[in-house]
Design a protein around this ligand. Structure first.
Ligand code: NAI
Ligand code: MG
Length: 354
């Protein structure tokens, strides 16, 4: 059956890198992949056209698709607007509307880029970590929240870290399932030493493992220790399971071990059978937008993740990732990787491997 991919190019370099992902999808379709690609306005582009970053029509289109591939949203043009008129509000509404509660963030180093050490950045050759971060709960969403002024005039700010067992189990289940396709190992991070809800996280994750995933090797690590271990010996990790807050920070930390923002994809997925949302982790890069020099690799690898997790084509996902790797092996480099290639030329180099 033909699957549907909804492309939301967005703003800034979003449309530039999405165009390359679209070309890659087009090549796969011409080679027999049963996929239909749709495109819609999102973020600032949607605000300009219809005063809303995410229209109800586009949300409905996203929920009806099998996968959504987003470019990036935002930019100085919309920065001063009230929050609900900002592109970023559209992204949060899209995530909530699609009920994608597990954020998958690979931190993977492409060996071909080891030579780019002249770029003066960290690079851990052979690194291949997959973060599974809870995305719709925890302290970013918990009630009560807010800032109040007390009788003595000082202010009191509150955010609440809260999780239920079902919220923990559904994201842990995704981590365990993904671990089965990798090394069969999961390391779960929390602060069970000082947080009751952290200890509960640990116990609930362990209970699910014991009941349903006895084949998985589960370990637990305090989040502050993990922050250190990611610098000291990051290759000890394969799948890392975290709550929303710790995962936000630790996955950004791990991402920087791979050298370049332009190489990092992400996915947000929910219940089996519902569409996933795929996007590069980088933003709209207003400083280079319009110059045709953005690195499209993160967008293309995000497409590979969509093929793997939502479009039922894991072998093609491998093919696309191998094509990116082959292009890098042959020396294809955009400026962020120390080269001179344009976005389109990098796209040509990737397509040459398909
Ligand atoms: P950014 O990721 O857009 O850019 C940070 C730096 O990395 C810039 O120097 C940029 O040129 C470079 N860079 C990013 N992606 C690149 C690529 N593919 N190839 C080459 N260089 C690349 O982050 P920044 O500047 O903090 O945010 C810019 C705008 O993007 C803001 O409006 C922000 O809200 C939005 N944003 C959107 C995200 C999303 O759509 N999910 C995520 C992060 C930021
Ligand atoms: Mg972050």
């Amino acid at each position: 059956m033909t699957k549907t991919l909804l492309l939301l190019p967005g703003d800034g370099i979003g449309p530039e890198v999405s165009a390359v992902a679209r070309r890659v999808a087009g090549r796969l379709i011409s080679q027999g992949l049963a996929l239909q690609v749709e495109e819609a306005l999102f973020g600032g582009a949607s605000i300009d056209a219809c005063q809303l970053p995410l229209t109800p029509e586009v949300l409905a289109q996203a929920k009806a698709a099998d996968a959504v591939l987003m470019g990036a949203v935002g930019g100085p043009k919309w920065a001063g607007q009230p929050y609900d008129k900002r592109p970023e509000a559209g992204l949060l509404a899209l995530r909530a509307g699609m009920n994608v509660y597990a954020n998958l963030r690979p931190a993977r180093c492409f060996s071909a880029l080891a030579d780019a050490s002249s770029l003066k950045r960290v690079f851990v050759d052979g690194l291949d970590i997959l973060f599974v971060r809870e995305l719709t709960g925890g302290v970013y969403f918990g009630e009560p929240r807010g800032v109040e002024t007390l009788a003595d005039g000082q202010r009191r700010g509150v955010n609440t870290h809260v999780y239920t067992t079902s919220e923990i189990h559904r994201v842990a289940r995704i981590a365990f399932e993904l671990a089965r396709g990798r090394k069969g190992e999961v390391c779960s991070a929390e602060k069970g030493n000082v947080m009751e809800a952290g200890l509960m996280w640990r116990e609930d994750v362990q209970a699910l493992r014991d009941a349903e995933y006895p084949d998985i090797k589960l370990s637990h690590m305090l989040a502050d220790n993990m922050a250190m271990q990611l610098v000291k010996n990051p290759k000890q990790f394969d799948v890392i399971l975290t709550d929303n807050l710790f995962g936000d920070i630790l996955s950004d930390e791990a991402g920087m071990l791979t050298g370049s923002l332009g190489m990092l994809p992400s996915a947000a997925i929910g219940d089996p059978g519902t569409p996933g949302l795929y996007e590069p982790i980088h933003g709209s890069a207003p400083d280079i937008a319009g110059r045709g020099v953005a690195n499209p690799c993160a967008a293309v690898i995000s497409l590979a993740m969509a093929l793997r997790y939502s479009l039922g084509a894991p072998a093609l996902a491998d093919t696309v990732e191998a094509a990116v790797e082959a292009a890098l092996d042959k020396g294809a480099r955009t400026p962020d990787l120390g080269g001179t290639m344009t976005t389109a030329a990098m796209g040509d180099a990737i397509l040459a491997g398909l």
